[in-house]
Design a protein around this ligand. Sequence first.
Ligand SMILES: *Cc1c(COP(=O)(O)O)cnc(C)c1O
Length: 391
Amino acid sequence: MTSPTELPAILGGKPAFPNGPPTWPPVPWPEMEEAAARAMRDGSWGRYHGPNGRQLVEDLAAFHSAEQVQLCSSGTVAVELALRGAKVGPGDEVLLAAYDFKANFQNVLAIGATPVLVDLDPKTWQLNPALLEEACSKKTKAIIASHLHGGLVGMKPVCEFAAERNIVVVEDACQATGAMVGSRRAGMTGDVGVLSFGGSKLLTAGRGGAVLTSRSDIAQRIRLYTQRGNDAYPLSELQSAVLIPQLAQLDQRNATRLKNAKRLATELERQGLPLLPMSPLNCESTDQMAFYKCGFQYTGESVSRDRLCAAMRADGVALDPGFRALHRTHSRRRFRSEGELPQAGHADESCVMLHHPVLLEDERITERVATAISRVLNHATKVATAPEPRC
Ligand SMILES: *Cc1c(COP(=O)(O)O)cnc(C)c1O
């Protein structure tokens, strides 16, 4: 095993993980081959509609206890459909975190509404429910609550706030598919939830998404918008076919990822490394997080955040900077916000996230990852000035 005093790969040492990060999706994945082969054999792969889409809708509905499931072509489209289902339109305002997936901001603009950016809770780096009041106006129609990097938004205060004002809560569970928020699945605590089946996500078909809701008015509006004689944002039979067995494995994989994410956080703390978990130790005990990305607040100073990530990638660990904050990457004319957004700015500068496949490995992996980080930080001065690695 890598010793913490050896040179890290960015300085010419042997990479801690010479084969690089584990691939996603894993190869081979026999259940996927079987599902695809079955769709080939029965001809459903080439049809508009068939048994796979129907089965997936049924399974997602049962898994989430959702009355209505609308499959669609991406998670981005799913968020747009959820907003349309909530009757958001030109002149309306939508509250969302100033640190969120860029497409959520773009979706609000795409339907002619104005994004209103809300700062994060410094303890969890998720949308801060305590700041909704000051951001809200008469034009507020919806809140996008997006669970990010393994953390969970405090949905109870968000939903209570929204219910008192007749505001629709769109719960973005694209990064938290299968997580439990109290007694409900992520996506089912608000009025309408969204999932992504994109190529890096916990359930993947390369592309795809779904909208979940138990509100028939929202489901009906989405149907009217998407069904134009044919489905305008379809998920194919072949995509559905591979998602069915993945959903059946999701709880078990999420449990493994959660266990390893907690171990990793403990190991980083034990080694005294400057990466604080965004979530594992911060969540309510009844919740159960799901880790698409395992996010950390990087508090080190000897090596910049971006340099640490570059060094870790050279060592074969998929550690990346988090999102850019939305207020720093968009013109002020595009959005409204109340006051400064210091926590979102802080997340913009110091969030790092580990991609999930490594958390599915043997439990000793967590110590190896922590040791690789420690090795880089032990050579901070040289790492800080090493030439930019080519990748
Ligand atoms: C991935 C993701 C989406 C949707 O992504 P698609 O690639 O369009 O499927 C939406 N919100 C969040 C938070 C995401 O991480």
